[in-house]
Ligand binder design. Structure first.
Ligand code: PLP
Length: 362
């Protein structure tokens, strides 16, 4: 099975009025407005992947007994399409999202989607909704591919029917006035244990992170940080972003991919760019105690979080029940800004793509 699966097109009978769309695109926010179309592809044991469609965005019929509603067989991805200065549309490393989607599918006992079909589905949707790119600086079209188990069956086993969908949402600059440094709360809860689903991008991980995140908000912080489940000592990641530590000698550390953290594509891209800058980057365990000590001694000068939605976010302050500490000046750091600028310039087509990361749509 390949991308040669034909896509049927059902155009929206009453697309969003141009004036309304223009208003949304001038102030898109994040994840609240959706384009006129979506992609849907079904899977069954006997037919495999079939019935690929670009159809009007809207509710999907779902049996109340569908397994996703009971046992949470659900995985997703997140990536962005950009409008480049020359007017072309481009995706950033969609093949990496396709590979990670299938890794998540294997962990959740779901069928894999051929990588070229995953990417083609996204391309079909971006083309159908090409008029939905935000007009604001730093805007993009955020794409959300996901898969759910649709079989109506309450027994506990992998479902025999699935639906793959892609929806699109115009996205503004995550932080309006550049990236302010965020304050993070070190949670007593854990996100993922060895052998669990931490490396899979599944909705269940997010459901489990909501209470810890609410706790962080209640304490006046912006994000939650999770430590490892076994020793409650090693830094893992935030609720939806990976972390980098920048030291006074110019070296960087990011926690290694041991199976309990999500292998971020932004993380991977920044590892490459940092090494190209001649920086020493180590994928190495780093403890909260060491972090506190290094921040106090001045060894540690910057910390940033990274992920597709906000790209790179400086971390200014860290707190747990024993008190808090500040990183560097408490504001955005220099190297953080430099790496962010390098990555976003490639994504936006403002700098040459020497890595084959940018996938232009015809
Ligand atoms: C998606 C995600 C990330 C970031 O991955 P990117 O590919 O960089 O967007 C980090 N952590 C978690 C838990 C995630 O779900």
């Amino acid at each position: 099975m390949s991308a040669s699966l034909p896509f049927a097109h059902v155009p929206h009978p009453a697309p969003t009025a141009a004036a309304v769309r223009a208003e949304v695109l001038a102030n898109p926010g994040f994840g609240t407005r959706f384009t006129d179309h979506m992609v849907s592809i079904d899977w069954s044991e006997d037919k495999g992947w079939h019935d690929a469609q670009v159809l009007p965005y809207g509710p999907i019929p779902l049996d109340p007994a569908a397994s996703v509603l009971h046992y949470a067989q659900e995985i997703f991805e997140g990536l962005k399409a950009y409008r480049h200065p020359d007017g072309s549309m481009a995706l950033f490393r969609p093949d990496a999202n396709a590979r990670r989607f299938n890794a998540s599918a294997r962990r959740l006992a779901m069928p894999e989607l051929p990588e070229d079909l995953f990417v083609e589905a996204i391309r079909q949707l971006v083309r159908a909704d090409k008029d939905w790119f935000p007009t604001v600086e730093g805007g993009s079209l955020y794409l959300r591919p996901f898969m759910i188990a649709t079989e109506a069956f309450l027994g506990v086993r992998p479902a025999k029917q699935y639906k793959f969908l892609v929806i699109a949402s115009p996205a503004g600059n995550y932080f309006k006035s550049g990236a302010p440094a965020v304050s993070i709360w070190v949670s007593d809860y854990t996100r993922a244990a060895p052998g669990g689903t931490g490396a899979a991008k599944c909705g269940g991980n997010y459901a489990a992170s909501l209470v810890p995140t609410a706790e962080a908000f209640a304490q006046g912080h912006d994000q939650v940080l999770f430590l490892d489940a076994a020793e409650h000592k090693w830094i893992e990641e935030l609720g939806g972003m990976n972390l980098f530590f920048v030291f006074a000698d110019g070296s960087l550390i990011t926690p290694p991919l041991t199976g309990t953290i999500l292998p971020g594509i932004t993380r991977d891209s920044l590892l490459t760019l940092a090494r190209e800058e001649g920086l020493t980057v180590r994928e190495e365990r780093y403890s909260l105690d060491q972090w506190r000590a290094d921040a106090a001694s001045g060894q540690l000068v910057e910390v940033f979080a990274c992920g597709t939605a906000a790209v790179v976010t400086p971390v200014g302050k860290v707190a747990d029940r024993n008190g808090d500490f500040t990183i560097g000046s408490g504001g955005p750091g220099q190297l953080t800004g430099k790496l962010k600028a390098r990555l976003t310039a490639i994504q936006r087509g403002e700098a040459p793509d020497s890595h084959g990361w940018v996938s232009v749509l015809d």
